[in-house]
Ligand binder design. Structure first.
Ligand SMILES: Nc1ncnc2c1ncn2[C@@H]1O[C@H](COP(=O)(O)OP(=O)(O)OP(=O)(O)O)[C@@H](O)[C@H]1O
Length: 446
């Protein structure tokens, strides 16, 4: 069943049943939960009923969602049945841990049907309702994602908005929100107007409580997250790993230039700078005129007995370890030090805090940055430790409805490459077409 970073000792299977009117962020929340849990090594998957419905009704108008439309009702029931069937298969065949049933699930009859199926299959049902009566938020959501949905291909945005509002009205006719009294025996969370108010009921397992804590921390305000490695350090030039050395003269130049780069990218936005506790990240942040915070959790992966050595020295002194790390870089733990998995565990509070915050600039180290980047960009574990993240480059992440946009800003100040490919103790890039995906941040596009 794989190794977990947070306990799932009881080998639980959870079905998060989304509830809510259209354009309430159900798919947004579903995808975020899947990304968060996958990053923590839980097998998680979202089953979007809209996607199944599109097979039978690719571009329906609002009338399709009228409950008295018997023909359409059949198609919609078929879609949910197919989604649930696939979900059950996934639990069985792929040993899934958390499935998300992403649909409106707006009536109690529908929810009771799912509840019964879950209980028959030893799956814990957890209802997650997003309730929102803020018309501005709903209109923004429609403009953000619905007008460009495949449902409205070729339809102008005004007509799409008006049809979508009509669709919401059809759902409102039958919608039964979760209620403290009637639903008191269910495990549920209600997010009211994003997370202005959160109601939780019968959350019993640790994993459920992690999910609740995560969704409570989400917000939808536009913001940027900037990531940068520290400037080139003396150890980087000497090809040594770890340590706590100062910046090289070129690294100091980067620190000075970073102030302009951030100013240009952020404009008048206020932001907070997070660094590790190591000298090289603080020297890199020294000219930035923003509030600064140091986090121990942002310190570089601890190389244990290999700290301060070059890769060549490691290969010579610890050949078996050197080989083992190349074979499974995510799991390999340096003697007396850490693995990538260990770093992910200690970064979890950082991710949680990042979700809560607005504009943040993080100045940290190669391995830590790979882990943070992997969370935002959904990079699989087997790839993330091999990503090339060059020195003297500012990365701007912009969280969007269903993903994150990346912009890379190069300082144009030369620096050594600290990238080590599999199977060699030499550092430096040898660009290889076949392994393009591992060099995401070295590609030329933004
Ligand atoms: N808790 C929330 N309440 C309201 N809006 C939210 C919430 N979380 C995210 N959003 C916003 O919802 C939008 C995405 O809507 P999404 O497609 O996820 O809605 P949906 O409820 O899945 O709709 P549908 O039922 O039509 O599939 C994004 O613009 C996002 O900012």
């Amino acid at each position: 069943m794989g190794t977990y970073t947070v306990s799932n000792a009881q080998n639980l299977r959870i079905c998060v049943v989304m509830v809510g009117l259209p354009a309430r962020g159900k798919s947004f929340i579903s995808q975020k939960i899947v990304r968060y849990l996958s990053w923590l090594s839980f097998k998680a998957k979202s089953f979007n009923v809209g996607g199944y419905r599109r097979k039978g009704a690719p571009r329906p108008s609002a009338d399709f969602f009228d409950y008295s439309n018997a023909e359409a009702y059949k198609i919609r029931e078929q879609a949910v049945k197919e989604a649930v069937e696939d979900m059950m298969k996934w639990f069985e065949e792929e040993e899934g841990c958390v499935a998300i049933l992403d649909a409106t699930n707006s009536t109690r009859v529908r929810r009771n049907w799912i509840l019964k199926l879950c209980r028959e299959n030893c799956i814990e049902p957890m209802f997650l309702e997003s309730w929102c009566d803020d018309e501005d938020v709903v209109l923004r959501n429609i403009a953000d994602v619905k007008n460009s949905s495949p449902d409205y291909e070729g339809v102008d945005s005004e007509a799409a908005t008006s049809d979508f509002l009509e669709r919401i009205n059809k759902y409102k006719e039958v919608y039964q929100p979760l209620q403290d009294d009637i639903d008191k025996d269910l495990t549920f969370v209600r997010l009211i107007n994003v997370a202005q108010q959160v109601v939780i009921n019968r959350i019993e397992t640790y994993l459920e409580s992690r999910i609740v804590f995560y969704v409570m921390n989400l917000h939808i305000k536009p913001r940027y997250i900037w990531l940068s490695r520290h400037g080139e350090s003396i150890y980087n030039i000497e090809k040594k790993i770890g340590g706590d050395s100062s910046l090289s003269p070129r690294g100091l130049k980067y620190a000075a230039k970073l102030k302009e780069m951030v100013k240009e990218s952020a404009g008048d936005r206020d932001l907070t700078v997070w660094t590790s506790t190591l000298i090289r990240t603080q020297e890199t942040a020294q000219y930035l005129p923003y509030k600064q915070l140091q986090w121990k959790a942002l310190d570089e992966l601890d190389a244990g007995v290999c700290d301060g050595m070059t890769y060549e020295e490691i290969e010579e002194k610890y050949p078996e370890d050197f080989k083992a790390r190349d074979e499974d870089k995510y799991e390999y733990r340096y003697r007396g030090g850490e693995s990538y998995r260990d770093v992910v565990i200690r970064l979890e509070p950082i991710i949680m805090e990042l979700e809560r915050q607005e504009n943040i600039l993080i100045i940290t180290h190669q391995a830590v940055l790979r882990c943070i980047y992997a969370y935002f960009m959904n990079v699989p574990q087997e790839e993330s430790p091999w990503m090339s993240i060059p020195l003297h480059t500012l990365i701007r992440l912009e969280p969007r409805a269903y993903g994150t946009k990346v912009k890379k800003i190069k300082a144009d100040i030369p620096a050594v490459s600290t990238y080590k490919e599999r199977g060699t103790s030499q550092v430096g890039e040898t660009y290889d077409e076949k392994r393009k995906s591992l060099h995401i941040l070295n590609s030329t596009s933004d």
